[in-house]
Design a protein around this ligand. Structure first.
Ligand code: GDP
Length: 336
């Protein structure tokens, strides 16, 4: 089925971008990849085109199950996503896998994207896997991932996984863009305490103890411990108590039960109206995130600011000017 973009928004696209929008809406993979490259670009002319493209695609977006997956390096995220992903596409879904990689924000490179990951899933035509955009701030990388998610949804992908490495602030960014946040843990003691310390467990709608095949007893103990912790935490929703599940991404044991929990969560959230409310809140937060990014970018591009920034940065570093005085001077310059 070929769907046309909303007429008002499509009207502001040039011919090439109208073709691009049409390609995305028809589910063409090349158009999809090209559209995501456009939204990821930091060039200002590209950003203007990307905004119009997203406006045209927006009416067709939003109809997916959005799942965030996080956990420490080595916990088994890509093995889990591949195993769950293959299960999900066999059930008749189309799956997009996106990533928010905090290292790519810092270094421009990626700790997630470089190795060959999810080989079987990446060869499946019902799945689309996109590595993390690189460069910029974590907020910028996260904004681009949100936009890529909308493009994928417009292209007909009805399940989206957003993966992130459990280091730093990226879990917060990802939990703010998905319907359900999954935290992966190892079956050894101490691991769950680490997540607790960082306040990450509070974000989880479901906790998975992976690698249960290596030591089923230890996995069950870890599961019960985590379940105990989850029961002590204040519930984010009156309609959902986050469960802890032990499974093996490598053998696939427990993947089916996991997906059933996702469906149970989805039903509870849809029926109670909480999902719609969550998405409304996320949309407002996203608006503010874009305002922050836009203001920062305008600030850095302002000619008056640019003329003084290096000198004031150095003066603050040497202790010759207070941070407050420098910030005030620069903010005043930006208003002119
Ligand atoms: P990531 O860094 O979190 O993406 O972790 P990977 O998916 O790359 O997995 C790290 C290592 O753990 C790999 O050698 C996997 O084969 C292994 N692994 C992942 N899941 C399981 C599992 O359920 N059982 C076992 N035994 N090994 C696993």
């Amino acid at each position: 089925m070929t769907k046309a973009p909303a007429p008002s928004a499509a009207a502001s696209l040039d011919t090439a971008d109208q073709v691009l929008a049409q390609g995305v809406l028809s589910g063409e993979r090349r158009a999809l990849a090209k559209a995501i490259t456009l939204v990821e670009s930091s060039r200002r002319d590209h950003q203007a085109r990307a905004k119009d493209l997203l406006d045209a695609l927006a009416p067709r977006a939003g109809n997916s199950i959005r799942l965030g997956v996080s956990g420490a390096p080595g916990v088994g995220k890509s093995t889990f996503i591949e195993s769950l992903g293959l299960h999900v596409v066999r059930q008749g879904h189309r799956l997009a896998v996106l990533a928010v990689d905090p290292s790519s924000a810092l270094t421009g490179g990626s700790i997630m994207g470089d190795k060959t990951r999810m080989e079987r899933l990446s060869q499946d035509e019902r799945a689309f896997i996109r590595p993390s955009p690189s460069g910029g701030t974590l907020g910028g990388v996260a904004d681009k991932t949100r936009e890529a998610m909308l493009v994928c949804e417009a292209a007909g992908f009805d399940v989206v996984f957003v993966e992130t490495v459990g280091v730093g602030q990226s879990e917060f960014a990802v939990s703010g863009m998905v319907d359900m946040f999954v935290l992966l843990q190892m079956p050894n003691a101490g691991d769950e305490l680490q997540a607790l310390k960082k306040g990450i467990v509070e974000l989880a709608d479901i906790v998975v103890i992976n690698k249960a095949d290596t030591d089923p007893r230890a996995a069950e103990n870890a599961r019960m411990q985590v379940q105990g912790v989850l029961e002590l935490l204040a519930c984010a929703s009156p309609h959902w108590r986050p469960p802890a599940l032990a499974l093996s991404a490598a053998t696939g044991a427990g993947i089916d039960e996991f997906w059933r929990e996702v469906m149970r969560y989805r039903d509870a959230m849809v029926q109670s109206g909480e999902l719609a409310e969550k998405r409304r809140r996320q949309a407002v937060d996203w608006m503010w995130s874009l305002i922050d990014t836009g203001l920062r970018s305008d600030f850095r591009h302002h000619s008056g600011v640019r003329a003084r920034l290096a000198a004031l940065t150095e003066a603050v570093g040497r202790g010759n000017v207070t941070p407050a005085a420098a910030a005030h001077e620069l903010l005043d310059l930006a208003k002119k």
